[in-house]
Design a protein around this ligand. Structure first.
Ligand SMILES: O=c1ccn([C@@H]2O[C@H](COP(=O)(O)O)[C@@H](O)[C@H]2O)c(=O)[nH]1
Length: 274
């Protein structure tokens, strides 16, 4: 079953929400954990258990695991495995991008089912040109995985490049969104290639209807709201997957409180369904 179909089923069954697993040092401290691979594992596993059966997708932020070196990567592997065994889709936020041959190695690392770090989907950066992402997109589609391409990111610096116009007079973000839509053209139902569009971007004239999922970070800690998402996405809101990290994780460390915070967030975004 394609990633797009699996995602659509997960959202239909568990609500429209992706919770980020971002073990910030400040959150580890707030949860009474040390800033170590040991604390990281306690944090990540508690999050995986609290969100299993509650949220459609979890999004571990690779950076917070990588900062603990090889022990952190080992924790990431176990976190991904545990979440997938519990039936939660895993989107690994790694924002990779490189020349084609190296991109293929990254794609092998995350999107081939035989890899120790195989996940359901990854985030990628189009800075080296959309064509440089073909190894990710081809590998994902061959293995029923997904890819989310950065288009209009939630950080204030994003517009400097993303709103710039290319030689053919289109914006960089528009070029990315069109390329994503083209890749989804043959999909039955929701496509498996998604775009990342932040809840903090304000107004946009870009066509956000990419026939695939729209990962929407920037909600909560970065200031984005449900109303912002409704306003920005219009009819494309049906394909929005809101992504929240700190605002939900701040309810921890008790699993019940985490579970309830995630449930409340998913309920708030149910307004996008109708
Ligand atoms: O445009 C983007 C792309 C990715 N992110 C990532 O999402 C989370 C946001 O965390 P919050 O605590 O909900 O602010 C984080 O991992 C970012 O790296 C993003 O924020 N914006």
């Amino acid at each position: 079953m394609t990633f797009g179909t699996r995602l659509a089923e997960a959202v239909a069954g568990r609500g429209r929400l992706c919770v980020g697993i971002d073990p910030h040092p400040a959150l580890l401290d707030a949860w009474g954990l040390t800033d170590s691979a040991f604390g990281l594992e306690k944090f990540a596993m508690a999050a995986v258990e609290a969100f299993a059966g509650t949220v459609a997708v979890v999004k571990p932020q690779s950076a917070f695991f990588e900062r603990h070196g090889s022990a952190g990567i080992a924790v990431l592997e176990r976190t991904v495995t545990a979440a997938r065994e519990l039936g939660t889709l895993v989107l690994l936020d790694v924002k990779r991008g490189d020349i084609g041959t190296t991109a293929q190695a990254y794609a092998d690392a995350y999107l081939r089912p035989s890899s120790p770090l195989a996940v359901d989907a990854v985030t990628v950066s189009p800075y080296l040109g959309m064509g440089s992402l073909d190894p990710f997109l081809d590998t994902a589609l061959a293995h029923d995985a997904g890819v989310f391409v950065l288009a209009l990111t939630s950080n204030p610096e994003g517009p400097q490049f993303q709103h710039a116009t290319t030689a053919d007079g289109r914006t960089v973000a528009g070029t990315v969104l069109d390329a994503v839509a083209t890749r989804n053209a043959d999909a039955e139902g929701l496509g498996s290639i998604g775009a990342v569009v932040g809840a903090t971007i304000g107004e946009t004239r870009e066509n956000l209807d990419v026939a695939g999922p729209l990962l929407v970070p920037g909600i909560g800690a970065q200031g984005g709201t449900v109303d912002d998402v409704r306003r920005i996405f219009g009819p494309a809101a049906r394909n929005v997957l809101p992504s929240i990290s700190r605002e939900v994780l701040g309810a921890g460390p008790e699993k019940r409180a985490l579970h309830e915070a995630a449930q409340r967030a998913a309920e708030a975004f149910a307004v996008l369904d109708g």
